[in-house]
Ligand binder design. Sequence first.
Ligand code: ANZ
Ligand code: ZN
Length: 851
Amino acid sequence: MSDRNFQDFEAKWQANWETSGIYRARDPQEAGEKKKFYGLVEFPYPSGAGLHVGHPRSYTAIDAICRKQRMEGKNVLYPIGWDAFGLPTENYAIKHKVKPEVATAENVANFTRQLKSIGFGFDWSREINTTDPAYYKWTQWQFLKFFDAWYDEDEKRARPIDELPIPSDVRAMGERAVHEYQNGFRMAFKSTSTINWCPSCKIGLANEEAVGGVCERCGTAVIKKEKEQWMIRITKYAERLLEDLEMVDYLPKIKTQQINWIGKSEGASIEFGLFGTESEGVVSVFTTRPDTLFGVTYIVFAPEHSLVRTWLGRELIHNQDEVTEYIRAAGTKTDIERMAEGKEKTGVPLQGMHAVHPVTGEELPVWISDYVLASYGTGIVMAVPAHDERDFAFAKKFGLEMKQVVCPNYPEPTCPVMEEAFLGEGHMVGSDFLDGLPTWKAKDDIISWLEEHQKGERSINYKLRDWVFSRQRYWGEPIPIIHCDTCGTVPVPESDLPVTLPEVEAYEPTDGGESPLASMRDWVEVTCPDCGGYAARETDTMPNWAGSSWYFLRYTDPHNDEALASPDKLTYWMPVDLYNGGMEHTTLHLLYSRFWYKFLWDMGVVPEACGPEPYQVRRSHGLILAEGGEKMSKSKGNVVNPDDVIARYGADVFRLYELFMGPFDQPVPWDTNGIEGVKRFLDKVWHWVEAEPVTETSLELEALYHQTVKKVTDGLEAMRFNTAVSQLMILTNAFQEAGGVPEKMREGFLQLLAPFAPHQTEELWQQLGKKGSIHISGWPTYDESKLAAKTFELVIQVNGKLRDRAEVSSDISEEDAKEVALASEKVQPFIRDKQIRKTIYISGKLVNIVV
Ligand code: ANZ
Ligand code: ZN
């Protein structure tokens, strides 16, 4: 017998698997009748820091599940690649004067070495890299699909832009007019908007990248800036992104995140008249409480509302200076600061303006305040201080009127005097024709009234905003658009894709906030593909989210240069059966990629048969923390490097420990003692599998074995890896007690352990003289009837006299019990030449053979 020495076999098997190609996913025509299983992990950003012990938690878990699926005979796709565009590499390039593609290649090489040293069953032949022109050609091609599409609200799907109905007066004005008209509908469009701007990274951020009012990447406070940006109309898909959550199996907390981010509110939009010096008009507000309409005492605009700017421009506001100063100050605050509860309210009245109540015709003061956001609803609020906390605080501070209209203790004739806003439901008072109605009914009735009088309508609002799709940075996919003075925005012809990144001298954005590409005259200046005249390339690049929005499609057909993937392969592999990744990506990446996929599905790029959702199941793992329970970070110096762990313990110990350390969905601290325990377990396995097998087995051991098959099988399906591993440990201890592994359990035991410790089990499998890899050898099954661990001592009598005892399973059948009795060697002499008159069985106790 030998010592377990991982250096002797881990690298050896890694090399062997690479040559034998056992982890290669078969294309549909090669796969025959085999069922497919597509397991996906979020592909990593190849950072300069290398792999962290947190990354492999997800990869090891899905690897184990894919290994079991493969052993069960499925055609498994378990791919890996690199999400390699992005700021860290670009910042590194700026600092160290290295080309981003060089830094990326180095990081990828290092990550690859690390991942291979862990022995994952990735199909490396399908490796992709978002910064590879052969890949981003298709990202650009898909951008042009968005550009060439509009959303048909009636059919509730995206359609090609040439199917957009053009009004005859527009058509009469000629091609350019048609083009301009289409531009108003395209799924990808350019628009000037106030964006979140990070002054340090010099890039525009989507709301979701500026959560908490700080830049997601560098933590700098975000300011507002006007910028022309490419946008994608994800908002058109809000309802579908919400509804279709019913079709998928995501962790409940992940569904909640999706639902909250989409942020659907139902209510009404209501029109208020506006009067000022030489001006009148109507504006609409969005409210979730139309029932409180009679309680409105003033109207509030967001400070940056465009109407306010127009009025200032036309000098319609009497306190012009005060208002201008207020708007300026509000621009320096983040949305989060502005909306914070309990914050002292600020605002100024728009003197010279007043609003008109749509039902009573009453005149109402008009204010601006930063508690109203320009980007939500219509950017205007009808204030009901008696029933809304923020309005209450505001009215109190500025001495504005309050009108109670919802009464909590109806039918008492008087409402209690209010110390604070009453937010709940009740019955209407002081509300004309709504008086006495419960809240829900008042909502319905007022909406009907408004619709009848054309002063409002039922309305739904979403918090979801359109997707800011521009970056003024270098290291991203160039947006494949050409600007021509004559023809407008012209897509780069498909035959000219990819538009590759040129070599530049400097990667910093220009001071004007333009991409460094803008200073590359040779690259920027082109001839217009339509008219052949002078034209200029778009210099913005795409956000990081682009490449990761469709990578799972590319894995199905990674080398295709005619299409992003062939319809056959997409039909075979999609949807993804199991997708795992960090909780930090369960809001945005998940939403963006679901949206992107739905769009491709609408456009027929993804075949109908694939279904409308890309991921059937989505799970997420808990973080691995540092030994003391803190987050691992470079600055704290508490990062565990997998290289060190593997050099010391080998890959199998590392993998097994990652799955054993705690419940998969919970955060767990790294623990050196824990890893030692796992090492001892694998040593023990080595010893007992190599030892002479035992021939005898007890019923208890047999039951334990069958229980283990069941627990490991179920545990891998339900992602209860830690309990599966501990069950394997219990079984190993039982082998030790029995003095060896029973021959008939040896193979099955190794197979159960194979998804967790692929190297050692492969080595022992070969030592047992098996042909072929354990990883495609089959998956053990269990016998339901043998699961019962309990046994009892069956008393065996002949003519009422004790002749033998036998240990049997407590749920043994009468027939089996009798058979055990008759087969007993000690009983044989007493019954040999006799005639058996009857056999009596007393359940759980004895068999009496009467001769
Ligand atoms: C009147 C009212 C009365 C309101 C009442 C609430 C309670 P959710 O649920 O988040 O969608 N609101 C509308 N637009 C806003 C904006 N741009 N900035 C800040 N607040 C805005 O919130 C909808 C409610 O938030 C709306 O309903 C409006 O106040 C406010 F007893 O209208 B409500
Ligand atoms: Zn042109």
